[in-house]
Design a protein around this ligand. Structure first.
Ligand code: ZN
Length: 395
């Protein structure tokens, strides 16, 4: 019979793997699907953000597929928007687990709004995502690779809501005393969709553990929170923890039940500082769609360090700022509780020279292309150098 043969050719969409996420899928025809982006809202059902999708299409080899991403509008810091998925955010795809590449055929309709993808897979299985994904499994593999490195220490400083490990990595040569060392602290993946921050953290770690960085390990201590929201990364979340709390907004709250991730990270930093140890520069890495910038602590505190670090990043890395170095406001929503980012909270609590960096996922004119995973890895190495260099010059 004719029909069963056709059925065998039908493409299907799957998200049953780590980081996978998509909302409702409606097949308009055998090769055209309308796919809602699932999105996530916070603990009060506000601030919906719908920009993480990661799915696999099976059985479409050689067929012209049309995939419409819909249900995009949301809210950011309580202001409504048309969504973060636009003509500027070109999806990536991987055929049979190969390298992530950007699609070359998309079409954005701002009216609906809708991003239409066209792809003719060369393989039976093709994965499609907002940016090159980076999962807990990727981090586990990386750390397994360096398990025996004598200058890497891996500590579990707490557990996420779902019981996953919250890690703190320390890279230094332990044979040399701390007194002469500069100390910098890097944080990645407070927001689960921002996989670019994980690729950069991996690049930093690989560089710091390399033979090339052996003198840096004598002269500095590099601390890394490599995965701040492991639950969100596992389930394919956007920017909230399992209970809906934004892990870069609640640094003025201490609530180990609802946000154990912040509680563990905050305790580690405060204990470090309260023990009288130095902390020369703290940086949390993030991604945005089209903005790239460095934001320092409020009130121009540490402005000299901020400006020096900004200049070094511009000169020695692919950092491509879309605005000048700036100081943050004391809170992202003044007058409201639970609205301080990590740099705002640590600045308020202990005057830590803490910064946030956003990197765009859209076309980067300094790179001359859409940023790839390889670009992020290379950036991470140059970032590690710039952090230590900026912290090494006396203010
Ligand atoms: Zn973020």
């Amino acid at each position: 019979m004719f029909l069963p043969a056709l059925a065998l050719l039908a493409a299907s969409i799957h998200t049953d793997f780590e980081g996978g996420s998509l909302g409702k899928v409606v097949w308009v025809s055998g090769t055209h699907a309308r796919c809602a982006v699932a999105g996530e809202s916070d603990q009060d059902k506000r601030n919906r953000q719908a920009n993480w999708y990661f799915f696999r299409v099976d059985g479409a080899k050689g067929q012209e597929l049309t995939i419409d991403l819909v249900d995009l509008p949301g809210e950011y810091n309580y202001k409504p928007n048309r969504g973060a998925v636009t003509q500027d955010t070109i999806p990536v795809y991987s055929e049979d687990g190969g390298e992530w590449r950007h699609l070359d055929r998309v079409d954005y309709d701002p009216q609906e709004p809708r991003l239409r993808l066209r792809i003719k897979p060369a393989a039976d299985r093709v994965w499609i995502a907002h940016v090159p994904p980076y999962t807990n499994r990727d981090l586990d593999k990386l750390l397994a690779e360096f398990r025996r490195h004598p200058h890497l220490r891996r500590a579990v400083i707490g557990r996420s809501v779902e019981g996953r490990e919250i890690l703190l990595l320390t890279v230094t040569n332990p044979a040399i005393g701390e007194a002469s060392k500069r100390i910098v602290w890097l944080m990645a993946r407070q927001h689960s969709w921002e996989a670019g921050s994980s690729w950069a953290a991996e690049g930093a770690l690989r560089f710091l553990l390399s033979a090339e960085a052996s003198r840096l390990r004598d002269e500095a201590i590099f601390l890394i929170f490599p995965m701040c929201d492991p639950d969100g990364v596992a389930r394919g979340g956007v920017r909230f923890n399992r209970h809906g709390y934004d892990l870069n907004r609640n640094w003025d709250r201490v609530d180990a039940d609802r946000m154990p991730e912040i509680a563990a990270q905050r305790k580690a930093v405060l204990e470090w500082v309260d023990a009288g140890r130095r902390l020369d520069l703290f940086l949390s890495l993030h991604n945005t769609e089209t903005g790239e910038y460095l934001e320092g602590p409020p009130d121009d505190r540490h402005a000299a360090l901020r400006d020096r670090f900004f200049r070094m990043l511009k000169e020695a890395t692919d950092f491509n700022p879309t605005q000048p170095a700036r100081s943050g406001p004391p809170s992202s929503t003044p007058g409201m509780a639970g609205r301080m980012g990590v740099h705002q909270g640590l600045s308020r609590d202990r005057d830590v020279p803490a910064f946030v960096m956003e990197q765009m996922i859209a076309y980067n004119s300094k790179l001359g292309r859409l940023p790839t995973a390889a670009d992020r890895l290379r950036f991470g190495a140059s970032l590690a150098r710039a952090m230590i260099a900026a912290a090494s010059i006396a203010p």
